[in-house]
Design a protein around this ligand. Structure first.
Ligand SMILES: [Zn+2]
Length: 225
């Protein structure tokens, strides 16, 4: 089948972005945000439309997955579904209404389920960038072998990271089966409060690690007394 040109304005933005990756960038190569915006001048949300390709199996890495990349670069690692072919772009796309989106965020306690950040909270790296929560699609493999797409709350960074992982529910259930009664009770407690309580030991350890050398030595000395 003949591939349409990425310049064909009769196509939607996501399809054109996919074709631009294939025809201009080339699989395995990197590109910058500026190059993307220059290719699609005046197209609002071009970044977002490109991210949407991940829902169709496209692998687009950022510096978080690929340490060779700069912060403004991404790499077109692998092509997914040829979304420009008739009928292909609609298969997995689940439209989410505003109400469903609100319900999902509430159910997920307004936390990114990948990194745990809350909406509006600044990232811990001094950039003053704050987290925006959005709905991501996660592929889940069920114990009966079937797979399903389930929705989960993720922040803009984790979503950009496109963790195109399949969650293996059977493996998790299997590992839970091997836990001792004691461990299962602790896990059940974390699950019921949707929060992991840190023990006194862990809290002291975390603080200890941030101490300057001289103070760390004093802590060490106090322990050895
Ligand atoms: Zn996150």
């Amino acid at each position: 089948m003949q591939q349409p040109s990425w310049r064909d304005e009769n196509l939607g933005t996501m399809k054109r972005a996919a074709l631009w990756l294939v025809q201009v960038v080339g699989e395995g190569n990197s590109f910058t945000k500026d190059q993307l915006r220059e290719a699609f001048p005046g197209v609002t949300q071009i970044d977002r439309r490109m991210r949407d390709l991940r829902d169709f199996g496209w692998k687009i890495d950022t510096y978080r997955e690929d340490l060779r990349l700069e912060a403004n670069e991404q790499r077109f690692s692998a092509m997914g579904v040829p979304v420009w072919e008739p009928g292909k772009a609609t298969k997995k796309a689940i439209t989410i209404t505003a109400v469903q989106r609100r319900e999902l965020l509430a159910r997920d306690s307004y936390l990114c389920r990948s990194c745990g950040i809350s909406g509006g909270q600044p990232y811990d790296d001094g950039t003053y960038e704050t987290a925006q929560l959005d709905v991501a699609r996660r592929q889940v493999r069920n114990p009966d072998g079937s797979t399903a797409i389930e929705l989960v709350t993720e922040c803009n960074r984790c979503r950009v990271g496109g963790r195109d992982v399949t969650v293996d529910l059977e493996a998790i259930l299997g590992r839970i089966n091997h836990l001792s009664k004691f461990e299962r009770d602790i896990l059940a407690d974390w699950i019921s409060t949707d929060k992991r309580a840190f023990s006194e030991l862990e809290t002291i350890w975390a603080t200890y690690r941030t101490l300057p050398a001289a103070s760390r030595a004093k802590v060490q000395g106090a322990l050895n007394d």
